[in-house]
Design a protein around this ligand. Structure first.
Ligand code: AMP
Length: 192
């Protein structure tokens, strides 16, 4: 089993690329953001609670997020690997993920960060807001809040997996196919 973390700031294209990679490599794509939006769409208690954080551009508390991820990982999936998108978002979540995988005799194979600068991100998210219907995409102050939280809490996750050389960075600017080729090339070069 290959376990990849697709990493990068909000709006860096993780969702789009994770979806394409899942298709190509028969990976399960787990996006915690999508899982929360699913709960919100079904008006569940978890969804309502998550919404109060998401709408402000804040992270949902770890115990809620990790519990939801654990449940997803307990489902049976016939896949060649998993691609995590939007998780882990802080070091505590990285440690929890490592434990969840260790219980299954697995580990993270690699973290791949999409490198995109702030202004490009804000522009992309404002553009995405026109069709995504996501309230957290529509307000520039909330977007900037998400970017600040990414820098303060999430970037240490890159360093966490860099300690034993599992973190990689690729240029996240370009067209979708170009970035997909860069990602595929890197994945194909990972040790089996
Ligand atoms: P995303 O779709 O990944 O941009 O996530 C949308 C929002 O869901 C984020 O801004 C957070 O409020 C929440 N969220 C998603 N993943 C996580 C996570 N791993 N930890 C905490 N909150 C999360």
């Amino acid at each position: 089993m290959i376990n990849l973390i697709l990493f990068g700031p909000p709006g860096s294209g993780k969702g789009t690329q994770a979806h394409k990679l899942a298709d190509r490599y028969n990976f399960l794509h787990i996006s915690t953001g999508d899982l929360f939006r699913h709960e919100i769409g079904h008006n569940t208690e978890l969804g309502l609670e998550a919404m109060s954080y998401i709408s402000k551009g804040l992270l949902v508390p770890d115990e809620i997020t990790i519990g939801m991820l654990r449940k997803k990982m307990e489902e049976d999936h016939d896949v060649a690997g998993v691609i995590f998108d939007g998780f882990p978002r802080n070091v505590l979540q990285s440690e929890a993920l490592d434990e969840l995988l260790a219980e299954r005799d697995q580990r993270i194979s690699a973290l791949i960060a999409l490198d995109v600068d702030d202004e490009e991100i804000v522009n992309r998210i404002m553009e995405r807001a026109k069709t995504s219907g996501r309230p957290d995409d529509a307000d520039e102050a909330i977007i900037r809040n998400r970017i600040e939280i990414y820098k303060a809490e999430t970037t240490p996750v890159f360093d966490y997996y860099a300690q034993d050389n599992r973190s990689h960075k690729i240029n996240g600017v370009g067209d979708i196919e170009e970035i997909f080729s860069r990602l595929s090339e890197l994945i194909d070069s990972l040790p089996a």
